[in-house]
Design a protein around this ligand. Structure first.
Ligand SMILES: Cc1cc2nc3c(=O)[nH]c(=O)nc-3n(C[C@H](O)[C@H](O)[C@H](O)COP(=O)(O)O)c2cc1C
Length: 387
């Protein structure tokens, strides 16, 4: 490899864990699991991103309780029975050189939903006829997500404490399954985010009201997870940096919150936005490449905590610029990774740092390096493009 390594390809070390580079696969629901179980399909799905060179490979939102699933098919970690399947996945990811992460989630009032490709709406009679019945939901208040959605039960203090315990138990299982990183899902309108946002959380008890009250549940989850998650393993926290509503959660709230998360032992804030209702990104905003990067930059600068940038990061040079300008510590790729699971290996070629294909598994890299010499003799580079 060339001596001047782009920041994208420098290792990222947090606590006792080091990722080989600064690319992370975004958490992305597959909704393909049966009873939350990790199966061969998940192993192959996540495995291909490890083989593709990602530094960190993250599971989809993984339910800490059965009723905390978003849709039937969500991956789960609500029982010890989930551990062996997940352990197979983490062993493979490690063997392929990647660090493994699991995103822990409770869906709150956004549960009991159809899969995206079924319409993203509430489970209806057609779904019930196919055996997928709606289930009871919980939320800060009894206000449903929208028309046709299950009316949630407003959590009382005992219910809140029980869900905090479910997150902590899930973290202990994640450790037993061999994960290196836990990411708590505090964004996109799921249970934690709905406690944070004043547009959903209209409670007047200790878990509502002012910012400190609305943060109480989220910080309680972070503290409980940190207590059960080994001290040498990093803890990430995904937030909706703004919720996209004029009277909603703001970037200033996120900065206050990020400082509190840091004190609680969170190591990195994954800076998403929006999703209070159906969409997973800021409502009503035009989405240009890197549209959420300013949030990662502001939180990194103002709260002095490591951040991950996510959202329409497409090109290697774009990713490198984000890191080089100090806007974030980690590049998180969602749909671009679906499009190209080998994005990091291809990025190393695009940034010109891997002429000998040394970032590839040697069973492929050896051949590609040899091929490059032949291609160069006919005026093409190692990827087949004209020189
Ligand atoms: C298929 C799909 C599933 C997703 N599932 C999750 C999820 O489980 N948890 C989460 O926090 N975000 C989820 N997201 C949001 C992504 O993690 C990411 O923040 C978003 O897609 C923006 O990044 P991108 O432009 O690189 O795709 C999902 C996105 C997609 C496309």
């Amino acid at each position: 490899m060339n001596r001047s390594i782009p920041r994208l390809f420098t290792p990222l070390s947090i606590r006792g864990v080091t990722a080989r580079n600064r690319t992370m696969l975004a958490p992305m629901n597959q909704h393909r699991a049966v009873d939350g179980m990790a199966d061969d399909r998940l192993l192959v799905h996540l495995g291909k991103f490890a083989l593709g060179g990602f530094g960190i490979v993250t599971t989809e939102a993984t339910a800490v309780e059965r009723d905390g699933r978003i849709a039937y098919g969500d991956l789960g970690i609500w029982s010890d029975d989930h551990i062996p399947g997940l352990k197979r996945v983490t062993a493979f990811l490690r063997d392929a050189g990647a660090v493994s992460a699991i995103q822990l989630n409770h869906s709150g009032r956004k549960g009991s939903s159809q899969r995206p490709w079924q319409g993203f709406g509430p489970l209806n009679e057609r779904n019930a006829a196919a055996g997928e019945l709606a289930w009871p939901l919980v939320s800060p208040t009894a206000e449903p997500l929208g028309e046709g959605h299950v009316v949630p039960c407003a959590l009382d203090t005992a219910g809140i404490c029980s869900i905090v315990a479910s997150f902590a138990n899930a973290a202990a299982r994640a450790d037993a399954a061999g994960f290196d990183i836990v990411e708590i899902h505090g964004g996109h309108g799921y249970l934690i985010a709905s406690f944070l946002s004043p547009t959903v959380n209209t409670r007047d008890d200790a878990y509502g009201g002012d910012l400190a009250g609305r943060m109480r549940f989220a910080l309680g989850v972070a503290a409980a997870v940190r207590a059960r998650w080994p001290a040498h393993k990093p803890l990430f926290f995904r937030i909706s940096s703004v919720d996209g509503h004029p009277q909603g959660w703001t970037i200033d709230d996120s900065i206050v919150f990020a400082k509190a998360l840091k004190e609680t032992g969170v190591d990195l804030v994954d800076c998403s936005s929006g999703g209070l209702r159906q969409s997973t990104a800021l409502e009503n905003a035009q989405r240009l490449p890197g549209y959420q990067v300013p949030y990662a930059a502001a939180i990194r600068r103002e709260a002095d905590i490591a951040t991950g940038a996510v959202g329409l990061i497409l090109k290697p040079h774009q990713a490198e610029d984000i890191l080089a300008q100090g806007h974030a510590d980690l590049i998180i790729l969602g749909r671009q990774a679906l499009y190209d699971p080998y994005w990091p290996l291809h990025a190393a070629q695009a940034l010109g740092i891997d002429p000998e294909f040394e970032t590839w598994d040697e069973s492929a890299g050896w051949w590609l390096a040899r091929r490059r010499k032949g291609l160069e003799a006919i005026g093409l580079d190692g990827t087949g493009e004209e020189i």
